[in-house]
Design a binder for this molecule. Structure first.
Ligand SMILES: *[C@@H]1O[C@H](CO)[C@@H](O)[C@H](O)[C@H]1NC(C)=O
Ligand SMILES: *[C@@H]1O[C@H](CO)[C@@H](O)[C@H](O)[C@H]1NC(C)=O
Ligand SMILES: *[C@@H]1O[C@H](CO)[C@@H](O)[C@H](O)[C@H]1NC(C)=O
Ligand SMILES: *[C@@H]1O[C@H](CO)[C@@H](O)[C@H](O)[C@H]1NC(C)=O
Ligand SMILES: *[C@@H]1O[C@H](CO)[C@@H](O)[C@H](O)[C@H]1NC(C)=O
Length: 214
């Protein structure tokens, strides 16, 4: 009985955690292999007190490199550089800056709509949660700053930062790797099947990206 209870709790978490989490800004997918090239999107699920969103800033955590945003019509996509703590020496010179943040401006997401802001990048070789601060600005001049990182008790304020969970194991990219969207709630079996396939697509595309780089 104990096993059944634990199993059903785990299944409930898998099935229901995603729709609840989507009240906040989230990374989709959010499970990644440590040190890998990864593509994800930061989802802005609603506006500010009913007002539309017109500016989104994603701050790049330290250790994340090779950052490229996906341009999103009609938004203006701006890449801001910051100095590197430790400049990198290459045969063609010294690299002393890195991408510090990406700003999408001059767009509009009505409160009853959502949008995904895409990024590809190389992850650092570490394990566990990597927090991404996302700043959302709305037409009423209000900010929703999704910057809160859990304290020792796992508590955040009302605006938790987005999180990508890094693991050395390639098998964890599956179910957490791509969650079915809240708008299309498929059956449990379909959801599990889709998750597996999305995981595979993510692995294949990150593999292809590596090949492209080499
Ligand atoms: C916009 O936000 C303000 C509070 O800043 C609120 O009073 C107003 O009702 C909101 N407008 C809409 C259209 O929701
Ligand atoms: C986007 O940014 C460019 C460069 O800063 C600027 O010239 C252009 O006017 C901007 N477009 C909009 C729609 O703001
Ligand atoms: C960074 O490197 C450029 C040339 O690659 C150089 O002109 C600039 O002074 C450097 N900046 C710092 C802060 O070292
Ligand atoms: C949210 O972030 C923006 C941009 O950094 C800042 O200007 C604003 O003061 C912040 N607002 C709050 C309530 O923290
Ligand atoms: C994960 O990989 C890193 C870097 O390769 C290594 O230092 C670390 O010990 C690994 N962790 C586990 C649990 O294997």
């Amino acid at each position: 009985m104990k096993f059944v209870a634990v199993a059903s709790a785990a299944i409930s978490t898998i099935l229901f955690a995603t729709p609840l989490a989507e009240a906040h800004v989230t990374a989709n997918p959010s499970a990644a292999v440590s040190g890998s090239y990864f593509q994800t999107s930061f989802r802005v699920p609603h506006g500010c007190d009913g007002n539309a969103t017109n500016l989104v800033i994603v701050e790049i955590p330290k250790g994340v490199s090779s950052v490229k945003p996906r341009p999103l019509y009609p938004w203006n996509t701006t890449i801001s550089m910051v100095p590197l703590d430790t400049p990198i020496t290459t045969p063609t010179g010294t690299i002393n800056t890195t991408v510090g943040s990406i700003t999408w401006s001059n767009g509009l997401i009505q409160d009853n709509m959502y949008e995904d802001f895409g990024l590809q990048f190389k992850l650092p070789t570490q394990e566990g949660p990597l927090y991404w601060k996302v700043y959302q600005h709305c037409v009423n001049n209000e900010w929703n700053n999704w910057t809160s990182v859990p304290d020792a008790n796992g508590k955040t304020d009302g605006f938790p930062a987005a999180v990508i969970t890094l693991s050395n194991s390639t098998t964890t990219t599956g179910p957490g790797g791509a969650s079915p969207s809240a708008s299309s709630k498929p059956s449990a079996a379909v959801a599990a099947f889709q998750s597996l396939n999305f995981g595979r697509v993510a692995l294949i595309s990150s593999g292809a990206f590596l090949v492209a780089l080499i």
